[in-house]
Design a protein around this ligand. Structure first.
Ligand code: SAM
Length: 290
């Protein structure tokens, strides 16, 4: 029984790091014309209303996307941030009477990963997203393929394997679970390893939370020992790890990253670190050497 719903967390600090990394990778891959199939194993609802009861209950977006909006002028010289704000403007067009730049008061809608990828997807690309939670899947299905990619109801870790290799010459696989049950860290590692056994050239992005219990270490260890391909590890620590309950940051593993992606992510994240205080940092290293 799944209970996690991303509406409580959409647009939070971890989402900013995750979605910027995703956009940066896609933009780099799109420097070449050849087609890409984007797979999103854990899609969520696709698009989020930050005024709804879930988002308002936690208010997590106030320390994420709402904190970014006033920084627009500083951030948009970077093309990934420019894409980020263009997507926000577009998602919130109704709130700003169309065509205007969103401000923090008007901010209402935040795209989920199917939304971010749909904006960037080109005519030659393919896009398949999986969602297992019946209610989340129902909402996701209402938007139509143009805004979400092709939606599949079911387990994304098993589902993606059934569709490999894709017909396109290249593929990107985003694995972004909620880690609700104990086996999920192992399940994610096992699935990523199988994806890479079938498609060594796959660019695989794996999101994980940074929690005091450090359960993500098991995932890192399996990837480190079983993946003989370059793996970049990018972690956003948005607060100190005091050992108390709750996340203090989040990480992304990027298998087969585009060249110098670590520099791209650093350029994106360094300007926002001061917003999170002295303990905030971006920690990047090679989990498996280039
Ligand atoms: N990727 C989304 C984004 O960036 O906007 C957020 C995804 S959220 C962290 C995780 C989602 O995975 C939840 O909606 C949950 O219902 C769904 N989920 C959990 N287990 C799943 C599975 N085995 N296969 C597909 N979806 C699953």
């Amino acid at each position: 029984m799944l209970s996690y719903q991303h509406g409580y967390h959409a647009g939070n600090a971890a989402d900013i790091h995750k979605h910027l990394t995703l956009i940066a990778v896609i933009k780099r891959l799109q420097a070449k014309e050849s087609a890409i199939h984007y797979f999103d194993t854990h899609a969520g609802k696709g698009h989020y209303d930050l005024t709804d009861a879930q988002a308002q209950k936690t208010g997590e977006f106030t320390a994420g996307v709402a904190r970014m909006v006033p920084l627009r002028d500083t951030l948009i010289p970077n093309s990934v941030w420019a894409e980020f704000f263009a997507a926000l403007d577009s998602a919130n067009a109704e709130e700003t009477n169309r065509g205007q730049l969103i401000n923090a008061k008007q901010l209402r809608f935040y795209p989920g990963s199917p939304g971010w990828v749909s904006r960037l997807r080109r005519a030659q690309d393919r896009h398949t997203v999986f969602e297992l939670h019946p209610a989340e899947h129902d909402v996701l299905s209402t938007y139509g393929e143009q805004q979400t990619g092709r939606v599949v109801y079911g387990d994304g870790l098993q589902g993606v394997l059934k569709l490999l290799p894709p017909k396109t010459p290249r593929l990107l696989v985003l694995i972004d679970p909620a880690y609700e049950n104990k086996t999920e860290y192992d399940d994610v590692a096992a699935a990523a390893i199988k994806v890479l056994q079938r498609c060594r050239h796959a660019v695989v992005l794996i999101w994980y939370p940074l929690l005091p219990a450090a359960k993500h270490e098991a995932l890192l260890e399996q990837i480190r020992t079983e993946v003989a391909l370059p793996v970049l590890q990018s972690e956003f620590h948005y607060q100190a790890n005091t050992g108390e309950r709750g996340m203090y940051g989040a990480g992304m593993l990027i298998v087969n990253p585009p060249w110098q992606l670590e520099n791209n992510i650093a350029e994106l994240m360094q300007p926002i670190l001061p917003e999170y205080g002295e303990a905030a940092k971006l920690a990047q290293s090679w989990l498996v050497a280039e």
